[in-house]
Design a protein around this ligand. Sequence first.
Ligand code: ATP
Length: 438
Amino acid sequence: MFVAVDDTDSVRGNCTTFLATEIIKELSDLDLIGCPRLVRLNPAVPWKTRGNGSLVMKFGHGVGKKRFIGMVDDKEFYCYDDSDNYELDYRSIMKRLIPITEKYCESDANAGLLISSQRPDVSFYKRGVTTILSREEIDREIDRIGALTYTTGNGRGLIGATCGLAWIPEDITFELLAYRERERWGTKRQYDPTSIKKMDSKFPTTFNNWEDRTGKVAIVPSTPCPVLYGIRGDVLRDVIDAANIVKTEKIYRWLVFLTNQGTDDHVIRDAKELVSNRSYFIGGKVVSKANHIRGGHTFIGISTKYGVITCGAYEPSKEFRFVFDQLIPDDEIEVVGEFREYPRTLNVEKLHVVSVVRCAEKISNPICPICEKKMNSIGRGQGYRCKTCHTKEKSAVVQYRSRWIVPGWYEPPVCSRRHLSKPLKRMGLEQPIEFIKR
Ligand code: ATP
């Protein structure tokens, strides 16, 4: 039996992942089959609260190996690799979950809770993570799989719940989420940054923990939600061991989620056309140098198979904008980013400098090889001629300027990365050079 839920929180508080821990606690007479899943969907959805995440859990009678994945109210939680065919009474389970969903749902949220024996077609995940879906097509799929639903507000959360449930993991990561004691929700979080730095260097399979250059902690949110921190990584056991060395205020509960974070699943390659509110991988040649606007945002133009596109690197991406500053016309690049209609720009979240052109600067007119005197220009683009002996020369004397940018992949600092963006670390790459603001 699958339980999926989305859209219970708002910027004021709550968190759908915390509700997942409450659901697991409520259904502790059943076994969790596989890790609970935190499935991020299209980050360009205009009505998301923060990271567009939906939550999916499978319950049943566990068989096979069981794995330790969390502590909820001093009780150890395990998940099983598989389940038997034991039939559950979905309606009575829905009755148990409705009061919990209502309790942890913000009044202006549009919650969707789904209980189903079947997953929706996998295409719903692919479309949910890359495009915008309508309620009508989701409702048709819910009817097809015969799922039970409960909603609040306009029930839009059913879109995320359905698309999250449709995820068949390929590339996967884990996130250990630690939660604060209730009475501390909304107050300043207490933690020791040096323990987080230590954890980051001790566990190379974790990512997006810490920003080395600025010494900024990236695992602790600043929102009033119940989350104390989240440690992301490739290996389940490692995120648990990593959490053991992080020093913080008292942890109320913690749980490891299987996620699609850091996988680039939201990126569309080889698209026929560009549609707004989707993210693309696009190759092109730089056509215009960096243009800066108020607020610290930087733009460049690139010529692509879709025409000339303006690429934006916004202020929160900090030093990443300096990559734009170093690009000049004819440099070949590939960009990953969200395409927006107004203003028509691609918000770049990762950039590959494929090749850079040599940059020639004219030093002087050429010297006549016979008379040893400076030649004169014949006209724009027509070369040079010696006034005395009429010898011709095509080009001026030039000097090649050093280019600071070098081919390779570049990404924004940890704190301004998208949940779904695959960090260079997970791609087995390192940024070739760092830009530093003085
Ligand atoms: P948090 O990450 O803090 O849990 P959130 O960013 O997930 O919050 P929600 O409040 O859940 O934000 O809002 C996202 C809304 O967008 C949900 O109602 C979800 O069902 C809907 N949604 C998700 N993906 C799509 C999509 N591809 N097309 C249309 N709607 C979507």
